[in-house]
Design a protein around this ligand. Structure first.
Ligand code: V47
Ligand code: SF4
Length: 356
């Protein structure tokens, strides 16, 4: 075993933080099994044999978006075929179906719609809560919170306070992409900067809401951009402790406008999940989002430091519009079976990781 892995083995055993240089060396290493063994050990120390999942339902209220990120095959312009915006009653119907199917969470995000007023989003939250007050609403990325602030003239704090009163429970981790500006200028030049994403997220945590963090990988970024991204998240987590889960999202290239884009291979996906577990020592959970990874890699990642498989999802659009070949939904029994067949203990959780 070379010097890097000997040093990291000691660090993992003592719970000592790994450096940016070590994370970069791991990305450059081809010893996937050694990286995975370390990550599995780090995860075992934190989470034992448990693997979490939840019963949830995604609702994407509109695909009309003024940003038009180059990696996004979901968003449309106003006159394009396939553009849609759901009415609040249609959203309520989906929430009713979800509640009837035993969902504990509604995960709802959408495009930055040019015309909908801020009141639409408040009404949407209130309506879902009226359908079933027990449903936890995980909604809106930091990108949308920033947009609502510009739309309403309210401060970020004012937007968060109004959404909370209307029923917002927590935030998903989208919009982070790669936080470094060099890459953002290439893949999402219209989107808020990485610095702004971090600033809004800090305010979300200060308001007492938990959120997740994602990283979109496998497009035009270099390993050094991934390490910088992880470093910015680890730093903010040291400050706020408000992140629950880290979710590396494997880029799906179909119908996108990223030049030369290819899909993410299994080795890169597993390596990235494992290094995330090792580097983000202040994150309790690392999630394999099976929609973007496919079921086989998602299951295999349970041997590479992952302890969360997300949920039943039901109606996924963002990954599937970009060619994801995973199913659109999973039954609770299927998720439990995937986890058991990996020799681990499935645990249904709510959005805030209370065991159900
Ligand atoms: O921010 C867009 C990504 C995100 C593509 O917090 C793409 O629990 C791959 O954030 N290929 C939204 N990814 C999804 C998201 C999420 C998903 C599941 C769980 C949670 C959570 C959060 O999807 C966007 C963007 O980074 N995305 N296009 C694409 N072509
Ligand atoms: Fe709009 Fe989000 Fe798609 Fe970017 S990723 S184009 S902000 S919907």
């Amino acid at each position: 075993m070379n010097k890097l892995f000997t040093a990291l083995k000691d660090k993992v055993a003592c719970g000592t933080r790994i450096s940016d240089a070590e994370a970069l060396a791991l990305f450059e290493s081809n010893d996937l099994l050694a990286i995975g063994e370390l990550a599995a050990q780090a995860n075992r120390q934190k989470n034992g044999d448990k693997v979490y999942y939840n019963v949830n339902r995604h609702i994407n209220y509109t695909n009309l978006c003024v940003n038009r990120c180059k990696f996004c095959a979901f968003s449309k312009e106003s006159a394009e075929p396939g553009v849609y915006t759901l009415a609040v009653e249609q959203i309520a119907e989906k929430a009713r179906e979800a509640a009837a199917a035993g969902a504990t969470e509604i995960h709802t995000v959408g495009g930055l719609h040019p015309d909908l007023p801020f009141e639409f989003y408040l009404q949407m939250l209130r309506t879902i809560k009226q359908v079933d007050p027990k449903l936890h609403i995980k909604a809106f990325t930091a990108v949308e919170i920033d947009y609502f602030s510009r739309l309403s003239g309210l401060s970020i704090e004012g937007v968060i306070a109004a959404l909370k009163v209307a029923g917002l429970g927590s935030l998903p981790g989208g919009g982070a992409e790669i936080l470094g500006q060099r890459v953002r200028d290439l893949i999402c030049p219209e989107k808020i900067s990485g610095a702004r994403w971090l600033e809004v997220t800090e305010k979300v945590h200060a308001a007492g809401l938990r959120s997740n963090a994602t990283m979109l990988f496998g497009h035009l970024e270099a390993y050094v951009d991934r390490v910088e991204h992880l470093s910015l998240l680890r730093e903010l987590q040291d400050k706020t402790g408000g992140f629950q889960t880290f979710i590396p999202l494997a880029f799906q290239p179909d119908n996108t406008r990223v030049p030369g884009a290819k899909g993410v291979g299994g080795v890169d996906a597993l390596k990235t999940l494992a290094i995330s577990r090792l580097y983000l020592d202040n994150f309790q959970h690392i999630k394999a989002y099976w929609v973007m990874l496919g079921l086989k890699i998602a299951q295999t990642s349970l041997c590479f430091g992952v302890n969360d498989l997300d949920g039943t999802v039901v109606e996924e659009k963002i990954g599937h519009d970009a060619g994801a070949d995973s199913p659109q939904a999973m039954g609770k029994d299927q998720i439990v079976d995937l986890i058991r067949k990996a020799g681990r203990v499935p645990v249904e959780r709510d959005t805030l990781y209370n065991e159900l």
